[in-house]
Structure formats: structure tokens, C-alpha cells
Design a protein around this ligand. Structure first.
Ligand SMILES: CC(C)(COP(=O)(O)OP(=O)(O)OC[C@H]1O[C@@H](n2cnc3c(N)ncnc32)[C@H](O)[C@@H]1OP(=O)(O)O)[C@@H](O)C(=O)NCCC(=O)NCCS
Length: 188
């Protein structure tokens, strides 16, 4: 009988919703986040986006919150109260996200620490984000991605995101190299 291959052990992790992250977790995530960006974000902007209920960190299951394995940052675009034309919706507009009308959402970033890649972590994070957006009745998720980022493009296309446009020379790596951005959308 052929010898059975041992299954690859899935990494143990937990997803912590952005709104439940404390400052130490935010700081740790910000360190990772800043390393990978050509256009820097201030800590305040990062914290604002990660604090969304639709953003999350993936950490080791051993509760070591400093071991950030990945993150997903989704910014919901909320209809302004003047666009709602609904007094009841207006009244609810400053309560919590659950009661707001979400027009669309933008996947700002998804990232997995390099030594944990190709083990399904980004897939798990994106499934989580999509589930949260569906619960908020968000109709569509948009994103932009560097046209050279084949790993990310594969991931998005696997989820059914559709390429809806291209921005020429959108990214600049700071060393004079420019690359295009692809725009993708997923109807939820
Ligand atoms: C893109 C990224 C988030 C993927 O994370 P990951 O945890 O390795 O992805 P997963 O293991 O969940 O992969 C899910 C699917 O995506 C696709 N995929 C992911 N990485 C891939 C790669 N290097 N090459 C080809 N396909 C890839 C595959 O279809 C994969 O499914 P499979 O493993 O069953 O073939 C990760 O490479 C990363 O952090 N890159 C740097 C940050 C970044 O570019 N973020 C995107 C910003 S727009």
C-alpha cells in the first residue's frame, strides 16, 4: 500500500476584530504594516482604519498578540445622512455600524507574514471580511492592486473579483519605477 503523506499542519491562529484590538496590538501591527508600504501612513490613520469592525488582525492562537500573522483592513463607505433621505436612518446614523447604510466597501490592505504564506491565512481573512460585509448588507467590495502583484491577483480572482479597470503608472516605488493599478470589484 502506498505510504500516506502526512497532512500539513495548519497554523493555529485567531482573528481579532479591529474594534477589539488594544493599543499594543495596534502598535505591533503598525510596525509590520509600515515595513511593506511605499506610501507611508501615519499611525493615527492606520489605527482609524484598523479600528473598523470590518478590519481584523490574525494572531497566534497562544494569545501572544504581539505575534501578528496577518491583517485585513476594510473601509466601509457609509452613505451620508443627507443621502439617506430617511429621518429614521438619520437618527441612527451616529449610533453604530450595524444600523448604518453601507454604500460599498474598499479592501485597503490584506497582508500575511512571509513565513506563513500559502497556508490559507489570506483566504481565511478575506472570507471573514466578506462575511462581515454581507452581515452589514454591503452590496459591493472594491480594491486596487499593483498589476505586478501576481499572488494577490490570484487570490482575488479565486474569490470571484472582476477586473473593472486599470490606472496607468499609478504606483511609484520611490526609485523611479512605476507600475499600473488594476481595479477589481466583487458583488456581495
Ligand atoms: C497576497 C497575500 C496576502 C496572500 O496571502 P497567503 O496567506 O499566502 O494566501 P493564501 O495561502 O490564503 O492563498 C489563497 C489563494 O491565493 C492564491 N495565491 C496566494 N499566493 C499565491 C502565490 N504566491 N502565487 C500564486 N497564487 C497565490 C492561490 O490561489 C491560493 O490558493 P492555493 O494555495 O489553494 O493555490 C500574501 O502573499 C501577502 O501578504 N503579500 C504581501 C502583501 C500584499 O501584496 N497584499 C495585497 C495588497 S493589494
Amino acid at each position: 500500500m502506498p505510504e500516506k503523506k502526512p497532512a500539513i499542519k495548519a497554523p493555529e491562529f485567531r482573528i481579532i476584530r479591529g474594534s477589539d484590538c488594544n493599543d499594543a496590538m495596534m502598535q505591533s501591527a503598525y510596525k509590520h504594516f509600515s515595513k511593506n508600504r511605499t506610501v507611508p501612513w501615519s499611525y493615527t490613520s492606520f489605527k482609524g482604519s484598523l479600528s473598523n469592525t470590518t478590519s481584523a488582525l490574525m494572531v497566534g492562537a497562544n494569545h501572544d498578540y504581539h505575534t501578528v500573522l496577518g491583517m485585513i483592513i476594510i473601509n466601509p463607505i457609509i452613505l451620508s445622512s443627507s443621502e439617506c433621505f430617511d429621518a429614521e436612518a438619520d437618527a441612527k446614523a451616529d449610533s453604530n455600524l450595524d444600523s448604518l447604510l453601507i454604500d460599498s466597501a474598499e479592501l485597503e490592505d490584506i497582508w500575511v507574514v512571509s513565513s506563513y504564506r500559502r497556508q490559507g491565512l489570506a483566504k481565511t481573512l478575506l472570507e471573514w471580511g466578506i462575511h462581515e460585509l454581507c452581515a452589514l448588507q454591503c452590496p459591493v467590495l472594491h480594491l486596487e492592486v499593483n498589476a505586478d502583484n501576481h499572488a494577490a491577483i490570484k487570490l482575488y480572482e479565486r474569490f470571484g473579483f472582476v477586473n473593472v479597470g486599470r490606472r496607468k503608472n499609478y504606483y511609484d516605488d520611490g526609485k523611479g519605477n512605476k507600475s499600473d493599478a488594476f481595479l477589481y470589484s466583487l458583488n456581495l
